[in-house]
Design a protein around this ligand. Structure first.
Ligand SMILES: Nc1ncnc2c1ncn2[C@@H]1O[C@H](COP(=O)(O)OP(=O)(O)O)[C@@H](O)[C@H]1O
Ligand SMILES: [Mg+2]
Length: 359
């Protein structure tokens, strides 16, 4: 026979037992942290004083009690008074053979989906991203507070002290930028695949590079004008090319040349581990004449948080590689001092598919 107390404390989600008058009788350990209060201190407290549900739950709750049927409410905001409300699934059911006691289970949706995510991804690197994503979420709020406080402080300061508050504000901005990249990574949607004119993507990327981070570079185009449409998500592919151009521009000391080349290679096939093959005939190469990949990280540049730069995040190529693999494509790199080539191989769009703007 299983010990009831052990069963209760093993429940992986916040669980609350209430009496016939909706007063708390017992809560499990997870609920103690969820409500930020001990079971002892909550005994006898009306449950709806401690848990605010953004839905007409009380009616449904009493119906569940009167009819004895369990109640499932999905996607409601549950507030506990000590943190922003969380989207949760709430389950309520009557205690078997009880005197009207009810059990309430609260499953925060965010935590649930995050846990699910880290189950399905295997590599340590990907779970590092999951962790970082969660942290990013948690750090941004207090950081905004710190920045705000520093800005308030700076209103009555001498010039020397102003430098210090400026430093706080500036460094906080840098952290926010890093966190946003981590979140961007975590929020990446599966590609919305259409027929994509790769040259439009390359052109947009080239122009925005020249206007911004790549102003010091010469960018040479070498396109095969007969290239068919690729099957992909134009916005995501733009992000890929921008990240590659940015790295090429950052690798160059003062000036440098980047060559963007497109060509068709009929025979390029990716053989998967399950034996099936995928044809990836569209090739894009981005070549720079910088110093080449640093030796010590050469084999790991596509992993998150691997960077050879002092202020690098190491997320640019990780995002690139995620997007390309979501496209069923392939990316490779070949680098010696003076010549670094990133090559992307993509599938072509089915012949009857036309780009959204031409349809
Ligand atoms: N074109 C390139 N030339 C030389 N090194 C590169 C190039 N592209 C990437 N790298 C190296 O790979 C590292 C990882 O790149 P990335 O994932 O974009 O992160 P970050 O740019 O933030 O450092 C860079 O820090 C750099 O050392
Ligand atoms: Mg980068």
């Amino acid at each position: 026979m299983i010990d009831n107390a052990a069963l209760w404390s093993s429940l992986p989600v916040p669980a609350v037992l209430v009496d016939a008058d909706d007063n708390i009788l017992e809560i499990n350990g997870v609920a103690e942290s969820f409500l930020n209060a001990s079971a002892k201190s909550l005994r006898g407290v009306p449950v709806w004083d401690r848990i605010a549900v953004d839905a007409p739950l009380e009616d449904a709750f009493s119906r569940a009690r009167n009819l004895g049927t369990p109640l499932f409410v999905n996607d409601v905001d549950v507030g506990t008074g000590n943190a922003p409300p969380l989207q949760c699934n709430v389950q309520v059911s009557q205690l078997v053979d009880g005197d009207g006691e009810m059990i309430i289970l609260i499953s925060p949706r965010e935590l649930a989906s995050r846990a699910g995510k880290s189950d399905s991804v295997k590599s340590a690197a990907k779970s590092a991203i999951g962790m970082a994503e969660m942290l990013a979420h948690e750090i941004k709020n207090p950081l905004a507070g710190i920045t705000g406080a520093a800005q308030l402080l700076s209103m009555n300061l001498s010039q020397a002290d102003l430098e210090l508050t400026d430093l706080i504000v500036e460094e906080s901005r840098r952290i926010v930028k890093l966190l946003e990249q981590v979140e961007q990574f975590g929020n990446l949607q599966p590609p919305a695949k259409h027929a994509v004119n790769i040259h439009d993507v390359l052109d947009r990327a080239r122009r925005s590079a020249l206007l911004g981070f790549g102003g010091h570079m010469t960018i040479v185009e070498d396109y095969d004008p007969s290239l068919p449409y690729a099957l992909g998500d134009a916005d995501q592919l733009l992000q890929v090319v921008l990240n590659l151009l940015k790295n090429a521009a950052e690798a160059a000391d003062k000036k440098g040349t980047i060559r963007i080349r497109s060509y068709f290679e009929h025979s390029f096939k990716l053989r998967r581990s399950d034996g099936t093959g995928q044809s990836l005939p569209l090739q894009i190469e981005i070549t720079d004449d910088g110093p080449g990949l640093p030796q010590d990280i050469k084999g790991d540049i596509f992993d998150p948080f691997v960077s050879g730069k002092e202020n690098g995040t190491g997320l640019g190529l990780a995002l690139v590689s995620k997007i390309i693999s979501d496209h069923g494509g392939w990316i490779s790199v070949d680098s010696i001092p003076g010549r670094t080539v990133f090559r992307i191989s993509l599938p072509r769009a089915p012949k009857d598919l036309v780009p959204p703007e031409e349809s």
